[in-house]
Design a protein around this ligand. Sequence first.
Ligand code: ZN
Length: 159
Amino acid sequence: MSAKPEELVVTKIRRGTVIDHIPVGQALNVLKILGIRGEEGYRIALVMNVDSKKHGRKDIVKVEGKELSPAEVNKIALIAPEATINVIENYHIIRKVKVRLPDLLQGIVKCINPNCITNKPREPVVPTFKVLLRSPLLLVCEYCGSRVSQEEIIKQYAG
Ligand SMILES: [Zn+2]
């Protein structure tokens, strides 16, 4: 790879999504949490550890040909609470959305406690977590009080 960093940054996509303002080192985890493993046929560009106009350094993920659902945007907030989602059409940004971590998360994270009611196959209980801390992220299960860290969440999606 001989491309200069600035060339990587300006590589444009025709149609798809650019996820900007990802904390440094989290670009791959953003792909993991979206369930993108590189076999789906999307053209993906990862830009890591570049200067951010706002603060310090950041990662950027570009996915050609994919638009994110609201549920996927919520998932990104677990990894990159400051991220901006840019929707691209014909090489232009047609929409910008700031991710927002809701106070209550339903159905996107599993409880770590095997005895939690949300892990019982016969109980139709949706795992629900309250956000205890935003940075670093810490969630607490509404049913059993178990605490789930960001690391644990990444592990759930990487498996
Ligand atoms: Zn629980």
